[in-house]
Write a protein that binds this ligand. Sequence first.
Ligand code: VGL
Ligand code: ZN
Length: 246
Amino acid sequence: MARAFWTNGPEPSRWGVARGSGVDQVCQLSNKLAKRPYRTLILGEGDKMTALIVIDVQNDFCSGGALAVPDGAEIVTGINSLMETSEAIILTQDWHPNGHSSFASSHKAREPYDTIDMPYGSQVLWPTHCVQGSKGADFHPNLQTNSAEVVVRKGFRTAIDSYSAFFENDQTTVTGLEGYLRTRGIQELTLVGLATDFCVYYSAIDAIKLGFAVTVDLGLCRAIDLAGSLDTACRSMQLAGITLRG
Ligand code: VGL
Ligand code: ZN
């Protein structure tokens, strides 16, 4: 949690004053409580701001969905509570076009959960899920989405899947999230959501490689668990220096 102080009122024009006085970051946030439209959060040197990143809490990953993660919807209430004390909130949304290359239905004689070689490496084939604009791609109806500042959509290029919120599965194409976090001065991340062993896992590993301090709240994640993938993911996250909690 950032050590920070709030000051009511300064307009954006005061940012220069704050910077000149040895304060290294100034973030302007809307203030729902004050009558003034904004108040300014001033972070001193060494202060860290933490973002909550909510991964893919979408209908298709919850019960009744096309790629339902066991007990996926159980985490929604807890995520909503955690949002109330979070300094910054980012949601990700799996967002595939029809005929996406990660769908088994896009490949002849292939079944869901087969693995194929793509130009960027091995790829699990999934049931058709999270098609752009479909009900399955919507966030779970009970997820509190109003407090999120940003929604990062991923997996929208037909030829590349994207588990991670930072890099697509070719490990080169960026989503832009890193730039967003850095320009907001965010250095610490807490990850929650679906699925622990795919999108949460790849996002957490990329985040720590990029130099963020990363916590995964396992109590607010649920897994697909294909052939021991949950165990492998947890061990790799721990080895990488990610804090596992919950
Ligand atoms: C996911 C498989 C395919 C996930 C997304 O959100 O973990 N898994 N697409
Ligand atoms: Zn997907």
